[in-house]
Design a protein. Structure first.
Length: 399
């Protein structure tokens, strides 16, 4: 099996594991809800893995991740363009590319750890063909609609803010790794050149503990607020919201707040002399059910943080049994509910709601675009879908 086929199998396996179409984040009563305000349906679609990606004032963007294909519709749901970039064509990107983001001009930006940063016009014309920052020895396979990169403007120029996926190039791993690692990439959308930024905060467990952690644990979710040049960042397995002033070349830490996320459990780390470099991922370390923070978004005065709960170290074997083939249905359902992702609302560094009421969402995820929340309707269980409906809505506080 070649490398691309291996990636496809892993990606589609992650997709199948993410399908909980009838799940809701919680039945508890929370003071916030997402109110649908509009919907758009696109018809006659043949795609292996059809994903909503982004919108602007004139267009809606989807992709078939199984075929590296982009679809552009108008806001009434009529197809405007569709094109594919796979194989040996200029600008080709893989099925594990990050979700699409847009420039201020409406061009399409694709960040792909295997192939680099690409920029396309609406008709598929290649405007920038960036090279990978460095070879990646790990991949990120979860199928979610959450944003993983952001187009930002600094010093009068457009950049893509993104990050390395799992692993750096193979090197001697040790405590000094965390002292010298930078966690963000800033890629010029005019030249394709990239620079690394943001060391681990000295307050972080990754910097302080002297332990080894799975590479997934320090994948960052982030949001850059251009008006005030503020960067907000949180690492996947550390529930601490970091705030930076990024008015200069390097971000400067100004504040940090630890968040009490219900059901969230952190890895304590492993001794370096016990863990070979190649095993530094959750699967090889037998930590399949670890808590993960997926997304950090800003809506008005609030931050929305989406995460997946996980077991404490003492309960890992119980979780394994509950998700095994031999587990009784009621036990599996109980633990599926425990593992359901949820979104908390944060204001001024404090959680003000441990969840949100919202409609069912396909892929258990959403996109935030200009303070509007976008999501896909769950797919049809009885037949293959050729029509897909997306909704937009507003975050509303229940008085």
């Amino acid at each position: 099996m070649n490398f691309n086929k291996i990636i496809a199998v892993l990606f589609l396996f992650a997709f199948s594991c993410s399908q909980k179409e009838d799940s809701d984040y919680s039945t508890e009563k929370y003071p916030f809800q997402i109110i649908p305000t509009d919907s758009i349906t696109v018809d006659n679609i043949l795609a292996a893995l059809f994903l909503f990606q982004n919108v602007n004032k004139e267009h809606i963007f989807f992709r078939d991740a199984g075929a590296s294909k982009i679809f552009v519709f108008d806001r009434s749901g009529n197809l405007v363009n569709d094109w594919t970039k796979s194989g040996d064509v200029p600008g080709a990107f893989s099925m594990i590319a990050d979700n699409l983001v847009l420039t201020s001009k409406g061009d399409i930006v694709v960040s792909d750890n295997l192939n680099g940063v690409k920029v396309f016009s609406l008709d598929g014309t290649l405007l920038l063909d960036g090279k990978p920052f460095q070879y990646q020895t790990g991949i990120y396979g979860d199928v979610k609609l959450f944003r993983k990169s952001q187009v930002i403007r600094k010093s009068g120029h457009d950049y893509l803010l993104h990050h390395l996926d799992l692993m750096d190039e193979v090197q001697t791993i040790g405590e000094s790794f965390y002292k010298r690692r930078k966690n963000l990439l800033l890629t010029s959308l005019s030249t394709g050149e990239s620079s690394q930024h943001l060391y681990f905060p000295t307050e972080s467990k990754f910097y302080q503990s002297g332990k080894a952690f799975p590479f997934e644990d320090f994948r960052p979710a982030f949001y850059f607020e251009e008006e005030e040049s503020k960067l907000y960042l949180i690492f996947q397995n550390e529930p601490v919201l970091y705030e930076y002033d990024w008015s200069g070349y390097e971000p400067k830490l100004t504040n940090h707040n630890r968040l009490d996320l219900e059901g969230f459990h952190e890895h304590e780390g492993w001794d370096y002399n016990q863990i070979p470099y190649g095993k530094l991922n959750t699967e090889n370390l037998d930590s399949h059910y670890s808590s993960k923070i997926y997304s950090l978004e800003k809506v008005g005065d609030y931050f929305l943080i989406n995460y997946k709960p996980g077991p404490p170290k003492s309960d890992v074997e119980k979780w394994k049994h509950a998700f095994s083939k031999d587990a009784p249905k009621n036990l599996k359902e109980e633990y599926l509910q425990k593992a359901e992702p949820r979104t908390v609302v944060v204001k001024d560094g404090e959680i003000i709601s441990q969840g949100i009421h919202h409609p069912k969402m396909h892929y258990d995820s959403y996109g935030v675009i200009d303070d509007e929340i976008w999501w896909m309707k769950p797919l049809n269980k009885d037949k293959e879908d050729e029509s897909y409906t997306i909704y937009k809505g507003k975050l509303k506080e229940i008085m």
